[in-house]
Design a protein around this ligand. Sequence first.
Ligand code: SMG
Ligand code: MG
Length: 378
Amino acid sequence: MKIESTDLYHVDMPLVTPFETSFGRETTRAGILVAVHGEGLTGWGECVASSGPWFSYETTETAWHLLRDFLAPALLGQDVHGPEDVPACYAAVRGHPMARAGLENAVWDLLARAAGLSLAQMLARASRVVPAGRAVPDRVPVGVSVGIEDTVAELVRRVAGYVGQGYGRVKLKIKPGWDLEPVQAVRARWPGLPLQVDANSAYTLADLEVFRALDDLDLLLIEQPLHHDDLVDHARLQAELETPICLDESIQSPEHARWALDLDACRVINIKVGRVGGMTAAVDIHDLCARRGVPVWCGGMLETNVGRAGNVALATLPNFTLPGDISASARYYYQDIAQPDFVLNPDSTVSLPAGPGLGVEVLAGRLAAVSQRHLRIA
Ligand code: SMG
Ligand code: MG
């Protein structure tokens, strides 16, 4: 498949509910939608870099720069046989995984559509641990990630709303000053609820007592408690805790995943396709963890239905044994740029859309309405 052109759309969309983490509150979500064209077909990818360098150093501006000046030009005119050919086109580019993922994932969608396969089928073929003949699941288990609220009472009300909608697993954002009290309150109200926390790197080893107390709350995992770039202190903390540490920000490549497991810095990995540079690396990390007996789950970056469809497909791989941060479309945006929407099934799953590739279609009018700029690279 010869890549004939690429379109970049810088979007900004208001969130249905503001989302607050240890690094701040977001009321809108910026991102870049990437379309690649070849042989009359179009594939879509979503770059999940935020407006500012908080979750990672990447921003929509840095990703736009990388995509416009390095990544899309390197891919232009290339004859791509498989998605794994894409990272090879810009192997010399260091870092910037979210920018790379936006483009690579668009090619996965394009090639899946060309082959008449769903993305989930393509991913199963790419994995080295999926047994031959395994049927692709038609749904994946999901949970909801709940941001920091102004009061514990508001948090409990918010969680009650999501539990009432049918979410069977809840993740609470924590930060110093917003940790034991809210988590204990939610645990007391729902003693059997699968519950986990995410600190987004807000703590240090000096906070050991907070983690010892969280260790008693029967949590599924504690996500990214320490520095975003650290593995050594996470290994020290894991040695003190029964609850598995799950790394998010610290794992930006399959190499980071291997180093983290070798150091026992975590016992679960959150795979975000954007954070690790694309589906090829995401499958590699999945396979590594499967071979080592380490569970993984699919993280979320408040994606539109384009990114969400990719996450749902990824989460069909067999070692995604914990529910993903893949909530129903209605939790994020009033009107998504791609359809159909994802809805929550009563068993706290979302279903895979039908059709080849991602299984969602971008609506040109809706995309134009939320686009701040558009660039064609041809
Ligand atoms: O997509 O439902 C979602 C959000 C999941 O909590 C979520 N993501 O650190 O895991 C994380 C955060 C990062 C969000 S920053 C945009
Ligand atoms: Mg996280």
